[in-house]
Design a protein around this ligand. Structure first.
Ligand SMILES: [Zn+2]
Length: 121
């Protein structure tokens, strides 16, 4: 029976390819979670510095003006490129796969905004 071992080898190959793909997916998700967690703790640390907070307050007037200038909610949400395709509000290149919540600094405090996010950048 020459086909028996060959079939098993084929199945084993497919299984290992599938598990390699699964491993890659898991690793990518773990990497993304690591990066987000790092970004979050980094920003928390950054805001603890009074100089940084002062700089953020100065910049908040710019943020407020930008917000007021955003004529529609659509524009605030990252806008659309030509052909009406929605884009990630962070990189403005990839199509968004989820909406993330962010705080924007304004003159009076923070403004909660929902932004489209590609999940990769
Ligand atoms: Zn992006």
């Amino acid at each position: 029976m020459s086909f028996e071992p060959a079939r098993h080898a084929h199945q084993a190959g497919a299984a290992s390819r599938a598990s390699a793909l699964e491993t890659a997916r898991t690793e990518a998700a773990a990497e993304l979670a690591r990066r987000r967690s790092y970004n979050r703790t980094y920003m928390r640390r950054w805001r603890k510095d009074p100089h940084h907070r002062a700089r953020e307050r100065r910049r908040s007037s710019i943020a407020l003006r930008r917000h007021q200038n955003a004529q529609t909610l659509h524009e605030l949400r990252g806008g659309m490129k030509e052909f009406g395709k929605p884009l990630c509000a962070m990189c403005r290149h990839k199509p968004p796969v989820m909406i993330v919540e962010r705080l924007r600094a304004t003159m009076t405090g923070f403004l909660r905004v929902d932004l489209p996010y590609c999940g990769e950048c």
